[in-house]
Design a protein around this ligand. Structure first.
Ligand code: PLP
Length: 373
C-alpha cells in the first residue's frame, strides 16, 4: 500500500496490485518468447496466456475462447461499440445517461436512456426507444456505476432487447471482485472488464463476446486474439490479469466485511449530519461504494483536506485532467448542480478496516459540521 496514504478509500478508481500478482509478474519476466512464435519459448508464452484466459473466463463464467485481451475497459468499450455497430449491422446505439465517459463518447446525447433519481434506467423509455428504431439496435448498459455503485436492471434490459432483436453490451468494469457476475446467465452479447480494478495491472482488460457474434476489429494487423485485436499480446499484463482473476474468484465471500464498513460509515454520517445526501442508497448498489454530498462544502475542498490528512477518496468521474467538474451521473439523476459540486465518492476494498472509517470521519466530520453551520 502507498505509504503516503494512511487510508486508501478509492478502490473504484483502482485497486492496489495484489502481492500474488506482483509475485506472478516477477516470475514471468524470464518468459520472453513471442506467443505467436512456433519454438519452445513462444509456445511457453502462448500456454501461459491461455491459462490466464481460462482464469479470466472463470471469473465471469464465460468460455475462454470468447475472451479478447486488450488494453483496458476503455478499449473494450470502444471495440464493443464501434465493432458491433459495423460488424453486426446495428442501426443505432443507445446507452444509459450515467455510463462511463468511455461509453458515452460513442453515443449521441439524444440516444441516452434517462435514469430515475436513484440512477437506474427507465425500462419503459428503453422499450419505446427499441420500438421506434430499425433493428438491430445496440444497447450499452453498465452493470454497476463507478460513482454511486448503483446496479442496473441488466437482465430485464436483455429480455426487452430480445423482443426487439437488439444486442446488449455491458460495461462490467466495476463488478469483478465486488459482486458475483455471470456472463452466460446475464445473457448479454458483450461485456467489458478491466484488470486494475481488482488487483491486476493498469493497461489490461478484456472484451467478452457471445459465441458467433460478428464484430469488426478496431486494430487490424497480425491477427492476434482471433483477429479481434492485433498486436503482440501484453504478456506481463495478461499474467497479472489471470492471477488477479483467480484471487477475485476465490475472495468474493469476504465482501460482506467491506459492505459492513460502508454501512457503518453511512450510518455515522447520517447520525451526525442528517442533511447529508447519500446517493442511490435506496437501490441495489455495490456494497463498497458511498457517494455523499454535504451542501455547501465543495468536493475539491473535501478532497484536498482529506488528502493532506492521508485519506484518499475521489470526486465525480471527470477529474483525469486534475480539474473537478460536476458529475454527469448525478446531474442525470436530477441532482442540483450546486449539490453535485459537493459530492465525493468513498470506495472501500479488502485492505480497509474500522480504522479507515474512523480516520475518514475524524478528518471529514469537522469540515462537514463547519459547512453546515
Ligand atoms: N468503465 C467503468 C465503469 C469504469 O469505472 C472505468 C474506469 O474507471 C472504465 C470503464 C475504464 O477502464 P480502464 O481504466 O481500464 O480504461
Amino acid at each position: 500500500m502507498d505509504k503516503k496514504h494512511v487510508s486508501y478509500l478509492d478502490y473504484n478508481a483502482t485497486a492496489p496490485v495484489l502481492p500474488a500478482v506482483a509475485e506472478a509478474v516477477t516470475g514471468c519476466l524470464s518468459t520472453f518468447g513471442n506467443p505467436s512464435s512456433m519454438h519452445q519459448s513462444g509456445r511457453k508464452a502462448r500456454s501461459t496466456i491461455e491459462t490466464a484466459r481460462e482464469l479470466v473466463a472463470e471469473l465471469v463464467s464465460a468460455s475462454a475462447p470468447n475472451v479478447i485481451f486488450m488494453s483496458g475497459g476503455t478499449e473494450a468499450n470502444a471495440l464493443a461499440l464501434r465493432g458491433l455497430m459495423t460488424g453486426s449491422g446495428c442501426s443505432s446505439v443507445v446507452a444509459s445517461a450515467i455510463e462511463h465517459p468511455s461509453v458515452l463518447a460513442h453515443v449521441p446525447r439524444q440516444d441516452h436512456i434517462p435514469v430515475n433519481g436513484e440512477g437506474q434506467i427507465d425500462l419503459v423509455t428503453l422499450e419505446n426507444m427499441l420500438r421506434n428504431r430499425p433493428a438491430p439496435v445496440l444497447v450499452s448498459l453498465m452493470f454497476a456505476n463507478n460513482e454511486t455503485g448503483v446496479l442496473q436492471p441488466v437482465s430485464d434490459a436483455v429480455d426487452l432487447a430480445k423482443k426487439f432483436d437488439a444486442l446488449v453490451h455491458c460495461d462490467a468494469v466495476q463488478a469483478p471482485g465486488k459482486i458475483p457476475i455471470n456472463f452466460n446467465e446475464l445473457g448479454v452479447d458483450a461485456m467489458s472488464i478491466s484488470a486494475h480494478k481488482f488487483g491486476g495491472l493498469k493497461g489490461t482488460g478484456a472484451l467478452i463476446l457471445r459465441d458467433g457474434l460478428k464484430i469488426d476489429a478496431d486494430i487490424p494487423g497480425g491477427g492476434q486474439e482471433r483477429n479481434r485485436r492485433s498486436g503482440t499480446e501484453n504478456f506481463v499484463g495478461i499474467v497479472a490479469f489471470g492471477t488477479a482473476a483467480l484471487h477475485a474468484s476465490q475472495s468474493l465471500t469476504s465482501t460482506q466485511n467491506i459492505t459492513a464498513l460502508r454501512d457503518k460509515l453511512e450510518s455515522k454520517i447520517l447520525r451526525t449530519l442528517p442533511q447529508a445526501k447519500i446517493f442511490s442508497s435506496g437501490s441495489s448498489r455495490l456494497g463498497n461504494t458511498c457517494c455523499v454530498a454535504i451542501p455547501g462544502l465543495s468536493s475539491e475542498t473535501q478532497l484536498i483536506k482529506l488528502d493532506l490528512a492521508g485519506v484518499a477518496v475521489s470526486a465525480g468521474s471527470a477529474c483525469s485532467s486534475g480539474k473537478i467538474s460536476p458529475s454527469h451521473v448525478l446531474l442525470a439523476m436530477g441532482v442540483r448542480k450546486a449539490d453535485a459540486n459537493c459530492a465525493i465518492r468513498v470506495s472501500f476494498g479488502p485492505s480497509n478496516t474500522d480504522a479507515d472509517v474512523h480516520r475518514f470521519l475524524e478528518v471529514w466530520t469537522p469540515l462537514a459540521l463547519n459547512a453546515a453551520t
